[in-house]
Design a protein around this ligand. Structure first.
Ligand SMILES: N[C@@H](CCC(=O)N[C@@H](CS)C(=O)NCC(=O)O)C(=O)O
Length: 211
């Protein structure tokens, strides 16, 4: 399989963490998304992912899969161990809810294309974009904290093993730290961070800093 990726991307980190958890090898195809080297909008790459976003996965059967959650669901179906969802139906739903808070409601407000568009509005400057990012991360993670607080504390976001909730949350937490947010305001989130950092599949696949 081939993974089209830029390691600064938190959506790529979702896929990388799952590949590492499941011990799946892929060929990496770098697709830079920032600066002069960016080629995510090239005609060649748009033929692979019409959205011009990373990640995309080309399977051994020739299927092209876009969207990190669709990719990790595909990987989970093809390589079921370890499972990415808890066994209990209510816990499965909560794990999916947390993943969607991050992937559908926080992350889409933060990527380079949004920052570029915001920065191009007259009267804005880099501090506007930084404040925008902090605001949406803070609001979204506060909702995640409230969801986590409805259940018994544990070493992971939901249940007794790393799930899709941790896989999608962890890269966002790395991003939150990079914009200077402290986990002190979110005790339940703060409690899972050391666990996730201690798991090599997570620690080795955090999104790289944007240089
Ligand atoms: N919902 C998509 C989001 C993909 C996405 O936005 N990727 C970002 C990097 S994290 C990207 O390619 N950005 C390029 C850009 O914004 O121009 C997913 O989960 O795969």
């Amino acid at each position: 399989m081939k993974l089209f990726e830029d390691r600064i991307s938190s959506a790529v980190a979702h896929v990388r963490i799952v590949l590492a958890m499941k011990g799946i090898e892929v060929e990496s195809v770098p697709i830079a998304i920032l600066g002069e080297e960016a080629r995510n909008r090239s005609a060649d790459y748009l033929a692979i992912n019409p959205q011009g976003l990373v990640p995309a996965l080309l399977t051994d059967d020739g299927a092209l899969i876009t969207q990190s959650l669709a990719i990790i669901e595909y990987l989970d179906e093809r390589f079921p161990e370890p499972a990415l969802l808890p066994a209990d139906p209510a816990e499965r739903a909560l794990a999916r809810s947390i993943a969607l808070v991050v992937a559908s409601d926080i992350h889409p407000l933060l990527p380079p294309r949004v920052a570029q568009r915001l920065g191009a509005i007259p009267g804005t400057d880099p501090t506007t974009v930084a404040a925008w990012n902090r605001h949406w991360i803070e609001e979204g993670l506060s909702a995640v904290e409230a969801l986590l607080s409805r259940q018994q504390p544990g070493p992971f976001a939901v249940g007794s093993a790393p799930s899709i909730a941790d896989i999608v949350l962890f890269p966002q937490l790395v991003g939150a730290e990079r914009v200077g947010l402290s986990f002190n305001q979110w005790p339940r989130i703060a409690a899972v961070v050391p666990t996730l950092r201690s798991i090599p599949a997570f620690a080795a696949n955090a999104p790289l800093p944007r240089s």
